[in-house]
Design a protein around this ligand. Sequence first.
Ligand SMILES: [Zn+2]
Length: 225
Amino acid sequence: MRKPHPLSLADLRKKYRSTFILNGSPSKREIALTFDDAPDDHFTPLVLDTLKREGVKATFFVVGNRVEAHPEIVKRMVEEGHLLGNHSYNHANLPKISDDEFRKQVIKTDNLIRQYTGYTPSIIRPPYGNIREGQIQWLASQGKKIVNWNVDSLDWKKLTPEQVETNVLAQIQPGAIILLHSGGGKGEDLSCTVQALPRIIKQLRDDGVKLVTVTELLNMSTPTQ
Ligand SMILES: [Zn+2]
């Protein structure tokens, strides 16, 4: 028997609209800055410096094995009031791994986050934005929201700061969830993110936009310690 065709990400997004989120309500002038692949010990501290200077609270989707590698950076994120979400344990392409391995990755990273924050994260962003239907259903049963994005900075492509700024500002709309990165792997360079960030923040504020965390944007109850 032929297997049924898996639904595309766009179809899954339509089918699981309340679980699989790309943006907040367009009726409020609020936007969430999100940083994936955190933490590392080079670019993440630079991003944190800027956010602190500007008084902005952001959302970091952390990778479990990077949390283990850089606990001091995770402590700093928490101390400075940022929100943490789950980005898997080892940045696996989730549709390719077994159900068992998938659940282990989620739970292991949740436990690490709870260790530093005191809360179990209610939000998860799958690496590459990729996820399959059974995984969405399991996350929904756990009361979690999958939070992708609707504005992609493409900052991992070693662009110029101007290109990153343009990619973000050209697509911006109220309720946007902006994808940036703060963790670089070997050979990756996120200097463009670090340099573009103050300009993006200034531009958004000049436009009267409030920068909030993902849970604030989605009116979810804010996790408390
Ligand atoms: Zn990632």
